[in-house]
Design a binder for this molecule. Structure first.
Ligand SMILES: Nc1ncnc2c1ncn2[C@@H]1O[C@H](COP(=O)(O)OP(=O)(O)O)[C@@H](O)[C@H]1O
Ligand SMILES: [Mg+2]
Length: 500
């Protein structure tokens, strides 16, 4: 226990005053600590600034509290009523002075002559307080219309102001870092957005470009196909026209003489019969009246081989008539063939059509193949006969070409309710697998130059599938043979019958 010595009355009063002062300082220190705690408790620059202003107003009092602080080169300013601004420069003298001197700066307002205020409020003042961290100035607090003496404010709140400056500095640097990061992010984001937009644009342009390309490619393809078709048609027309003309011309030339040859031959037959009867009669009469003359006649008859002649004559005549009839048939076939380029429809028997085509192609076929016919009962088909003949001809000629030395061409026809079927099979070399899907292409040929045009099957396909609504199928085995199957509907689509 310390010793307590007696003290004089003056001493006691001095000690009492000192104790009071210490107690006051202690309570201010405690207040400062509380305030610092309050300030530490809030996160973020804006909250820190707001709380700082509230604390100052609460604990020091006054008409307004404003804080100026600096972020990079920008000046920010906030007041206790929630007002916030960014400034180009500070117009407040008091604040500027505090900035320059880094000291508390004060101006006193004398309200005594206004008589508006109660006497204790006549000595209000404003002050600007620099918020410092070491040599750095973080901001300025301005207290307006306060009634506490500046010296007291400084004495009691300096630790709080120091602490507030430190907290503000931290918050500002955190804020700048955050802002920088945020700005960088926004920048990156903007760049990315830009890039995405550009990407999309490029993509769209590319798509447009590729669409345009595809379109022009398609157009080209179409144009090419049209051209190919046109060429095929032209060549077909050409070929058909010349064959048709030739056939028509020859048929016309031969037809008339054949008509009178046939008619004369049958007259000749009748005349020969009559002449023979007359000779028989004459011989009989001579034998009765002058037998000697008969002997001479007998000799002459032998010399001229009259008996053989008479025996041969009917056969000769029959053969000639048969030949003439055959010629007439060929002429008729030629005539029917020459109708190729006429787009007319008629009811045709496919067996007859095949026959007339076979006789046209006979020269090509006869040395190569035996033709086996298995004709079925067929209803007439309403079709363009010239075109159908052309199809059969093309297939038959191909068959003959496919047979190297000698083989068979088998022709089968049959009908079902809706269609007529014509099958032409050969025992030729067959079609290799890789050629199969190309044989109907115009100009596809495996034949030597001059022999094949590659058009036969293309034309056949066009006629059967496009012009008659039918189908044409093919089966083939290399080394064994090939069979083409033509299926024709009984009525060609769009066909208007123009003759029987
Ligand atoms: N019966 C067949 N046997 C073997 N190959 C055939 C037969 N028919 C057609 N081909 C093949 O199909 C090709 C195309 O035939 P085609 O269009 O008639 O043209 P081209 O006879 O002028 O060559 C022929 O070159 C041939 O290779
Ligand atoms: Mg051919």
């Amino acid at each position: 226990m310390p010793e307590i010595t007696a003290a004089s009355g003056g001493e006691t009063a001095r000690l009492e005053a000192r104790a009071r002062k210490l107690a006051r300082e202690k309570s201010f220190l405690q207040l400062s600590l509380t305030l610092m705690n309050r300030l530490s408790a809030v996160p973020g620059l804006e909250n820190t600034v707001g709380t700082m202003l509230e604390i100052v107003l609460d604990s020091i009092g006054g008409a307004n509290v404003i804080v100026y602080y600096f972020i990079d080169d920008d000046i920010h300013c906030a007041d206790v009523f929630g007002g916030k601004k960014q400034l180009d420069r500070i117009d407040d003298d008091l604040v500027n002075r505090a900035l320059e001197t880094r000291e508390f700066v004060e101006i006193a307002h004398a309200f005594s002559d206004t008589k508006m205020l109660t006497p204790e409020f006549t000595s209000a003042s404003s002050c600007a307080i620099p918020l410092l961290v070491g040599p750095d100035i973080i901001g300025i607090l301005k207290l307006e219309g306060m009634f506490m003496a500046v010296s007291e404010v400084r004495a009691h709140f300096q630790p709080f102001f120091n602490y507030a400056a430190l907290v503000l500095k931290n918050e500002i640097s955190g804020h700048t870092k955050l802002k920088k990061a945020y700005d960088q992010l926004s920048e990156t984001n903007a760049a990315l957005t830009d890039e995405i937009v550009k990407h999309r644009e490029t993509e769209a342009r590319l798509r447009d470009y590729s669409d345009a390309l595809a379109e022009s490619h398609e157009k080209l393809q179409r144009a090419y196909n049209d051209l190919k078709d046109a060429q095929t048609r032209l060549l077909q027309q050409d070929k058909m026209a010349s064959i048709g003309q030739l056939a028509a011309g020859v048929a016309h030339e031969i037809n008339n003489p054949m008509a009178f040859i046939i008619s004369n031959l049958s007259s000749l037959g009748k005349y020969v019969e009559k002449l023979a009867a007359y000779m028989d009669e004459a011989e009989k009469l001579l034998a009765e009246q002058t037998p000697a003359l008969l002997e001479t006649l007998e000799r002459e008859r032998k010399r001229y081989k009259i008996d053989r002649i008479r025996g041969d004559l009917p056969e000769l005549l029959a053969e000639s008539l048969d030949g003439a009839a055959r010629v007439r048939r060929i002429v008729q076939d030629l005539k029917s063939f020459s109708r190729v380029d006429r787009a007319e429809c008629s009811s045709e028997d496919m067996n007859q059509a095949m026959e007339s085509t076979l006789s046209i192609a006979w020269n090509e076929i006869k040395y190569k193949a035996t033709v086996i016919k298995e004709y079925g009962q067929l209803p007439p088909v309403l079709c363009n006969p010239g075109q159908i003949n052309q199809v059969f001809l093309n297939i038959l000629i191909n068959a003959a070409h496919a047979i190297e030395t000698r083989g068979e061409i088998r022709i089968r026809t049959w009908a079902d309710g809706e269609s007529v079927h014509v099958e032409i099979g050969d025992t030729g070399r067959g079609i290799p697998q890789e050629s199969m899907k190309r044989i109907f292409d115009p100009f596809f040929t495996t034949k030597e130059v001059g022999k094949g045009t590659g058009l036969g099957l293309a034309i056949a396909y066009d006629i059967i599938v496009n012009k008659h609504g039918g189908r044409i199928d093919v089966k083939s085995e290399e080394g064994t043979g090939t069979t083409f199957m033509v299926t024709l509907p009984l009525v060609k689509p769009g066909c208007v019958k123009t003759n029987g």
